[in-house]
Design a protein around this ligand. Structure first.
Ligand SMILES: Nc1ccn([C@@H]2O[C@H](COP(=O)(O)OP(=O)(O)OP(=O)(O)O)[C@@H](O)[C@H]2O)c(=O)n1
Ligand SMILES: C[C@](O)(CO)[C@H](O)COP(=O)(O)O
Length: 236
C-alpha cells in the first residue's frame, strides 16, 4: 500500500550570498517566485499529499494560500538555521502526518526539480528505511587547499557526490535526528548529515545536474535560462 508523502520546504532564509531587494526564494522567474516553482514541482507528484513551508517570521511576501493544486499547504515559522526551519516544519505536521510518514525536504531555492527524479527518489525511500536523497556525481577534479588557496592535493572523486534535494526520510526518525544534532550543538547542513550521525546510511539517487540551488547572483542567469526553455526545464 502506497501512503501519502508530505513535502517540507525550508523557505526562511535571508539569501545573504544572493543579495537583491528580497530573499532569493521570492525571485520571480517566468512569472513565479522560485519558492512557487519548487512547491509546484513537489505537489504535482500524485503521492505528495501536501506541503508545509517554513517562512521567516517577518515574511511579508508569502501569498497566504492554504492550498495549491488542490492539496493543503501549511505555513510555519522557520528558525535561525536551515535545520531549525526543517525541524519546525516537521513539528507543524503533527496531526497531519504520522512518524512513519515519508517527508521530502526540498530547498525553496531549487526551482527546477524533475518529476522523474522525484518519482525515483520516493520509490527508493519507500524501499529503504534509512531514507534516500537526490545527488549528482562529482564531475570535476577536486582540489584540497591550504589557508592561502594553494593546492595541497587532489581528492579522489570516484565515490564523491553533490547532495541535492529533496531528501526523503520518515518523519519521526528525521525529527529525532535533528533534535539529537541540536542537543549536540551540531548544525547539519542537510538532513542526511543528521541521519548519518545516528548511524544510518541513506541511499543516493542520481538526479539531474540542473536541479540547481540558486545561491549567488551568477545563478540568476542560469535559472532564468533553464526555466525559460521548455526543452530544458525539468518542470515542463
Ligand atoms: N534559517 C534558514 C536558512 C535557510 N533556509 C532555507 O534553506 C534553503 C537553502 O538554504 P540557502 O541556499 O543557504 O539559503 P539562505 O540561507 O537564504 O542563503 P544565504 O546562506 O546566502 O543567506 C533556502 O530555501 C532557504 O530559504 C531556511 O528555511 N531557514
Ligand atoms: C541542503 C543542501 O541544498 C544540500 O546540498 C545544502 O546543504 C544547503 O546548503 P545551504 O548553504 O544551506 O544553502
Amino acid at each position: 500500500m502506497t501512503s501519502g508523502v508530505w513535502a517540507v520546504v525550508p523557505a526562511a532564509g535571508v539569501g545573504r550570498r544572493f543579495g537583491g531587494d528580497r530573499p532569493k526564494q521570492y525571485l520571480e522567474v517566468q512569472g513565479k517566485p522560485l519558492l512557487v516553482h519548487a512547491l509546484d514541482a513537489l505537489l504535482r507528484h500524485p503521492r505528495v499529499a501536501g506541503a508545509v513551508v517554513a517562512l521567516a517570521e517577518s515574511d511579508g511576501l508569502w501569498p497566504g494560500w492554504t492550498e495549491r493544486q488542490g492539496k493543503p499547504v501549511v505555513r510555519c515559522v522557520g528558525g535561525g538555521e536551515r535545520a531549525d526551519s526543517v525541524l519546525a516544519a516537521l513539528r507543524a505536521l503533527s496531526g497531519k502526518a504520522s512518524d512513519q510518514t515519508l517527508v521530502l525536504v526540498h530547498d525553496a531555492a531549487r526551482p527546477n526539480l524533475a518529476l522523474d527524479d522525484l518519482d525515483r527518489l520516493i520509490r527508493t525511500a519507500d524501499a529503504h528505511p534509512d531514507g534516500a536523497i537526490l545527488a549528482a556525481p562529482v564531475r570535476d577534479t577536486l582540489k584540497r587547499s591550504d589557508a592561502d588557496a594553494r593546492i595541497l592535493g587532489t581528492e579522489p572523486r570516484e565515490a564523491l557526490w553533490r547532495a541535492l534535494t529533496p531528501q526523503a526520510f520518515r518523519r519521526g526518525a528525521l525529527t529525532h535526528a535533528l533534535e539529537a544534532a541540536r542537543q549536540a550543538g551540531i548544525v547539519p547542513t542537510d538532513e542526511a548529515m543528521a541521519m548519518e550521525r545516528m548511524g544510518l546510511r541513506p541511499c543516493l539517487v542520481e538526479g539531474r545536474d540542473d536541479n540547481i540551488k540558486v545561491t549567488t547572483p551568477s545563478d540568476r542567469a542560469l535559472v532564468e535560462f533553464l526555466l525559460a526553455d521548455p526543452a530544458l526545464r525539468a518542470t515542463r
